[in-house]
Design a protein around this ligand. Structure first.
Ligand code: PHE
Length: 346
């Protein structure tokens, strides 16, 4: 763990071993240059606590980039609660309350919302001890609710800019879009795409989710094994990270990639691999900022829902700016977006 932290370029990490549950908690504050570090709390099983730490470190950097590209006044941070194999779920709420204590002890240096494995209901619990640093509580408890619809809408707007650059028209009508992961963001993205008249396909590993979209909604299902060989206009990774690497990229049969999963590239060189293949990649942190931005705007900056929607449409402008710079300099889109972020971080 020592080596991971030493080679990471963030500000600080708070590590807590929660003896009662056996969980490891990692709060990674990557950058507070533009504002307080804000990012989701991811709660899941990892093969080793070290893998949870690695995830927290990388995800916190992605949050810095997310806010920096559109110059949103927040910094990058992320928390991971790495659950032990023998985790006793009856102790889940108590663990969340202890986690809330930890967040409040940081006095605002880190502020959080939901992520993989946590929900607005969980934010209600965490806020009992962690307020006022907890976003996305349910509307009953005075929060703005789930961030996923805003993430999906921002991503959809970004996808229109991707269509413009790839096909010369921003419309998604008739475009074949393959959504990987029909969870909280991917599921809503599917709805937006269907409304826009897109030809949607999806893949998921959760049998209930597959039933809901394939049998309930009639959306064609692609087996996870076939995901990367399936021909489509746009691939939308909306599950976990690390899906684009030296093995999958050569198999891809899509024209562009735009999805909400954080850290889709296994390594930075994969952006260049995509460019070499002529696949237009919209960096994940550029198109997935919607939830974090809209909720923080509404709950902490007094935005109305309309203002938030307007800012979400702005994701399309950021995507255009990134593609224009990549074109002008002949570099991959991830490098272009990082350049913009670095410039904005001053
Ligand atoms: N899961 C969100 C993201 O990765 C986290 C988030 C939600 C952060 C709400 C802040 C507020 O962007």
């Amino acid at each position: 763990m020592h080596d991971l932290i030493k080679t990471w370029d963030g500000e600080h990490v708070v590590v807590r071993y929660d003896r009662e549950s056996g969980a490891w908690i990692f709060v990674a504050v990557h950058s507070t240059r533009l504002g307080p570090a804000t990012g989701g709390t991811r709660m899941k099983h990892y093969s080793k606590p070290r893998e949870g730490l690695r995830d927290a470190l990388l995800l916190s950097e992605a949050m810095t980039l997310k806010y920096a590209v559109p110059r949103f006044p927040r910094g990058g941070g992320k928390a991971v609660i790495a659950l032990p194999d023998d985790f006793d779920r009856t102790g889940r709420d108590k663990l969340l309350l202890r986690y809330g204590d930890l967040v409040r002890s940081l006095r605002g240096a880190f502020q959080t919302g939901p992520d993989v494995g946590t929900s607005p209901k969980d934010m209600d619990i965490i806020a009992e001890t962690g307020a006022p640093y907890i976003f996305c509580r349910t509307p009953d408890r005075g929060g703005a609710g789930d961030s996923a619809p805003a993430t999906a809408f921002g991503l959809f707007c970004g996808m229109e800019a991707v269509c413009e650059a790839t096909f010369g028209s921003g419309s998604l009508a008739g475009r074949r879009v393959l959504v990987q992961g029909a969870g909280s963001v991917g599921g809503r993205l599917i709805d937006l795409l269907l409304d826009a008249g897109a030809d949607v396909l999806f893949s998921d590993v959760n049998p209930e989710t597959v039933m809901r979209f394939r049998d309930g909604r009639g959306v064609p299902f692609i087996q996870p094994d076939d995901l990367f060989n399936t021909e489509c206009d746009i691939l939308a990774p909306c599950a976990l990270g690390g899906v684009l690497d030296g093995k999958t990229i050569p198999r891809l049969r899509c024209r562009a990639i735009a999805g909400a999963a954080n850290n889709q590239l296994a390594e930075r060189a994969d952006a260049e691999r995509l460019r070499q293949r002529g696949i237009l990649y919209a960096p994940d942190y550029v198109v997935s900022v919607g939830g974090a931005m809209a909720i923080t705007g509404i709950e902490a900056m007094g935005w109305t829902k309309e203002e938030a929607a307007e800012r979400l449409r702005g994701v399309a402008d950021t995507v255009r700016e990134v593609f224009a710079l990549a074109d002008a300099e002949g570099i991959d889109t991830d490098s272009a977006a990082r350049k913009i972020a670095e410039r904005n971080l001053g």
